[in-house]
Design a protein around this ligand. Structure first.
Ligand code: NIG
Length: 387
């Protein structure tokens, strides 16, 4: 194992509490872990020294919500939306068709390409979902491919009722044979609880069946309108409820009183011409907020966490520190990976060595220089994956 000391850090964001941002700091990576963080003047020797010449350093982005197991694209649907058509859950069926027709090699290559694209922009921990297969065999194939490339895999059989199928029969399949087949290959189960997808009762059935098999729970909720998603997620102790675009006061209160993370997906809201979520209400009430890309071919075809951070600061009244924390520590919390040995979204001894160096003296430049690519170099689990 070789060790690396990173020096010349302009500003270091650690997401540890006291304080979370340092100047004059250095850090040491050994193998796949961070082993030391402190003042550069006291930095221990290491096999390699990398001087980042005054650049800002932060934990790699933790993208806790993507849908990268897909084939095809939906450019024409997007263009129609920009011409005034509304976004509808039914568009998912277009990607389901393309995905079922794709070979395993094509799906794997598409996934690798998108993960590489994200990594090059500073994302070092990614969750991705099934949900474009919607048969036992296609969902299983997606989960197995996903497990080779990403940190966390989520089963989303309850993404859409396949066209022409009976809703209750399909929910029976998801709760029975599909979960039996998928549970050994995934850590999480998600459900799209929304009008046009799955109502609260059916979503609850799926989530309870998943919990019985030991899976962690996640919910797509309150994306296209007010609805029961947040209530269901908090009642069932889901790790995260994602979208949260249309919340009322009781949703905000329920999130603030729960351990469920509110994962906001601003690129999706912009790409579907929805309002942006009220991050301020959530933060002021004391809820935990994460930011994620929701990279998928329908509602949010971007892997750029920097874009999400920029939008959160410029348009959602999040401070720079809040937005950066939400896209790193918040995502880690949504995946329950923010603590313990190998934690992500933090830079402290014992954390995974996931480091993002910006071509900027301060992380504030992510909002100050919107749209400018600022990733300089990236380490993932101690490997330098971009320089
Ligand atoms: O999170 N909301 C449901 N699922 C995805 C959209 C998938 C699609 O349109 O293909 C989302 O936005």
């Amino acid at each position: 194992m070789t060790s690396t000391v990173i020096t010349g850090v302009g500003e270091l964001t650690t997401n540890t509490d006291d304080p979370g941002t340092f100047t004059g700091a250095a850090l040491v990576l050994d193998g796949d872990r961070v082993v030391w963080v402190g003042p550069e003047t006291r930095a221990p020797e290491a096999d390699t020294r990398v001087d980042v010449e005054g650049r800002a350093v932060l934990p790699g982005w933790v993208d806790s919500h993507t849908h990268l197991l897909f084939a095809g694209d939906r450019t024409s649907e997007f263009a129609a939306r920009m011409a005034g058509r509304p976004y509808r859950a039914g568009g998912i069926a277009v990607t389901v068709d393309a995905t079922r027709q794709a070979s395993e090699a094509e799906l794997a290559e598409n996934l690798r390409r998108h993960v590489a694209e994200a990594t090059a922009q500073g994302t070092t921990c990614i969750e991705t979902k099934t949900g474009y297969g919607l048969t036992v065999a296609d969902e299983l194939r997606a989960a197995k491919i996903a497990a080779t490339e990403v940190d966390e895999v989520t089963f989303l059989g309850a993404h859409l009722v396949p066209p022409g199928e009976d809703t209750d029969d399909y929910v029976d399949l998801v709760c029975g044979d599909m979960l039996d087949a998928l549970a050994p290959h995934v850590g999480w189960c998600d459900v799209f609880c929304e009008q046009g997808a799955f109502d609260a009762d059916r979503s609850g059935r799926v989530l309870r069946a998943a919990a019985e098999r030991g899976l962690g729970l996640r919910v797509h909720g309150n994306q296209l309108g007010a609805g029961p998603g947040v209530r269901l997620a908090t009642e069932l102790g889901a790790a995260s409820v994602d979208h949260c675009t249309h919340l009322d006061g009781s949703d905000v209160e329920a999130l603030a009183e729960s351990d469920t993370v509110a994962t906001l997906l601003p690129a999706c809201d912009l790409s579907t011409r929805q309002p942006l979520p009220d991050a301020r209400a959530l933060l002021d009430a004391g809820a935990t907020v994460a930011l994620a890309s929701n990279c998928n071919p329908g509602s949010s075809y971007t892997s750029s966490m920097a874009f999400c951070v920029t939008t959160a600061v410029l348009q959602m009244r999040m401070s720079i520190d809040e937005a950066i924390r939400a896209a790193t520590w918040g995502g880690a919390r949504a995946l329950r990976r923010e603590e313990g040995d190998g934690a992500v979204g933090v830079l402290r001894p014992g954390a995974r060595a996931d480091v993002h160096v910006l071509d900027a003296p301060s992380a504030a430049w992510l909002a100050y220089r919107p749209g400018v690519p600022l990733t300089h170099s990236v380490w993932r689990a101690g490997h330098r994956v971009r320089r």
